[in-house]
Design a protein around this ligand. Sequence first.
Ligand code: ZN
Length: 261
Amino acid sequence: MGKISVKLRGKKAAIERELTDFCKKYNFPIKDVQFSFEGLKSELQLELAQNIKKSVVTKYVLGAFCADTQWQFYHFSKLQKWEGIYLNKDFFVVLAKFRSDFEKINYFEWIKYLESINKEEDSYMLASKLDRSTERENLDSYRKALFEFGQTTCFYCGKKLSENAVDHFIPWSFVKDDKLWNFVLACPSCNSKKSDKLATQAFLSNIRLRNEKLAQMNHPLVKKEFKTYSFTKLSLMYSNAIFNGFQSGWSPEKILPLKSS
Ligand SMILES: [Zn+2]
């Protein structure tokens, strides 16, 4: 929870009221209080967490959410043609918006479980193993194809590629899929610095042009991978990733000017 500060002004939110009541009860100075949650004695930590859960989270957060959705998070399809589950719109928005947080909670529970049944040495780096568990290992075919198709400079900084790394333009952790139209070649430095971020809008325009050229290649891999491609879809994925909390606006510090080829 880290540092907790209470600012006293106007009408207070429920959580502010809870914190000031807590301070009053234990004689902490009330004016613009700052204290560290971790610095509290464990009984006090527990008391504060329980108070907040009871009076704030249950009543206002879950309460408001359940009221908005009328407690109906999903229903089953009534149509004969298609059997499935329909998610309530508000529920869906919450799931989408906090997707990466839900994923982390999920991983955390998985880690706790796996650690309980595995030997200590197998449990090492479990978080990163789980995070990448569904990632396809071999991206060599994509790397080779892009290089053959004439991408010989880093997509981001323009440096001539000696060793090239294949980069998911929209982070793999968001799309969870490997498609040629989402791959670019990047130098090791850009590849590691960009990591799970999204590049700036300018690069979105660049990948649009790159894909237009690529789509015209007469090559089995391109034909297969571009069957369902459209720039609208790529662009929608890009904004959805931002909506889902992925950091955007990444750009290398230095970009070499494009050489006419
Ligand atoms: Zn680069």
